[in-house]
Write a protein that binds this ligand. Structure first.
Ligand SMILES: *Cc1c(COP(=O)(O)O)cnc(C)c1O
Length: 344
């Protein structure tokens, strides 16, 4: 598969912005090329446009070479850049499934790209045949989210493999929640699939949502296309530094991750015992999708105490469902007590 042929013509032909740092990379004694304020502080210089130190850290941690990494201002920025790179407005289409993360369609709409969807099976599993049957000649990108938000489940490896082997465009696998799961990340399979983009983020398991750091793992061809169109300084220097620090602090990260997973399992057991709960869906994330007899009433009952969960009951396949994020042990205790006291 030729990635180049999937790229929009105007992007293929584009001469990208060339920053001062692109023009000269040798050693510097006096830096007078970027109209910066010359008085040194932590922040007077422009950030590294290619985030080399951060990529080096991620590369070692994940066993993926730096040429296969793209850092975005959150994964939401990478999602937008994928549309801009591969989808011709008002002609090309993208494809995904429902229920899933809402940003794919919003980003498609902003870019004037039609976003087609199929529905997941009743147990929230994905049928590759159904997805592939919805591919049109203009379908350039498929978005899948695994573990899926808001359902919590991981998609079957063989089904995704089938999509990868048969679809002739870009496949994005959004692994925002993979750290909470026992399954292997698709980054192990990058070398087999030049058209695969795996998205991860420091916003969930690493507790760094405020930094806005999203990671795209893909072939170097795709990295080069995304580099060409990204805002030159898309990740600020404060975030680059703080992300490296966060990644270095593996002890805290692992401690919190294990506690969240332990709390999740405890929450599931309690939720299953609550009379108004009809279903607690299997989850490999830091949230739980729960089906209630009267979701809206439960939602308002919790809101009255300032406890906010996400009402997903209007999403396809999620009637009656609230999505509850795993909190601290103390917070989880409060919500469980509240729900046990709930009377319909
Ligand atoms: C939270 C979430 C993201 C957001 O990522 P950012 O890196 O914070 O932009 C991406 N994908 C899914 C499925 C999410 O739930």
């Amino acid at each position: 598969m030729k990635i180049e042929e999937l790229v929009r013509k105007n992007i293929r032909d584009l001469t990208p912005y060339s920053s001062a740092m692109d023009d000269y990379q040798g050693s510097v004694n006096i830096k007078l090329d970027a109209n910066e304020n010359p008085f040194e502080s932590d922040l007077n210089r422009y950030p590294d446009p290619y985030q080399k130190d951060l990529k080096s850290k991620i590369s070692k941690l994940k066993g993926v070479s730096q040429e296969n990494l793209f850092i975005g201002n959150g994964s939401d920025e990478i999602i937008d850049l994928i549309f801009r790179a591969f989808c011709e407005p008002n002609r090309d289409r993208a494809l995904g499934f429902e229920p899933s993360y809402g940003m794919y369609k919003v980003s498609a709409d902003i870019n004037a790209v039609r976003y087609d969807t199929i529905s997941l099976n009743e147990d929230f599993s994905l049928s590759a045949d159904k997805l592939l049957a919805a591919v049109t000649e203009n379908t350039k990108v498929i978005f899948v989210c695994s573990p899926n938000n808001p359902t919590g489940n991981v998609l079957n490896k063989n089904e995704l493999e089938k999509v990868l082997n048969q679809f002739k465009g870009i496949l994005v696998i959004d692994e925002a929640y993979m750290d909470f799961s026992n399954q292997n990340s698709w980054i192990k399979d990058l070398y087999r699939y030049p058209q695969l983009i795996v998205l991860q983020t420091l916003s969930k398991s690493y507790g760094l949502a405020g930094l806005r750091i999203g990671i795209g793992y893909c072939s170097d061809e795709i990295v080069q296309v995304l580099n060409k169109i990204k805002p030159p300084y898309n990740v600020n220097s404060f975030s680059q530094k703080a992300a490296i620090k966060g990644l270095e602090n593996q002890a805290d990260y692992k401690g919190q991750l294990n506690l969240i997973i332990k709390e999740r399992e405890r929450l599931i057991d309690f939720l299953k015992a609550i009379p108004d709960v009809l279903a607690v869906y299997p989850t490999e994330t830091n949230f739980i999708l729960v089906k209630f007899k009267e979701a809206k009433k439960v939602y308002n009952y919790l809101i009255a105490d300032g406890i906010i969960v996400r009402d997903r009951s209007n999403m396809p396949g999620c009637a009656g469902c609230l999505r509850i994020s795993v909190g601290t042990p103390a917070e989880n205790k409060v919500i469980i007590n509240k729900l046990m006291e709930y009377k319909a």
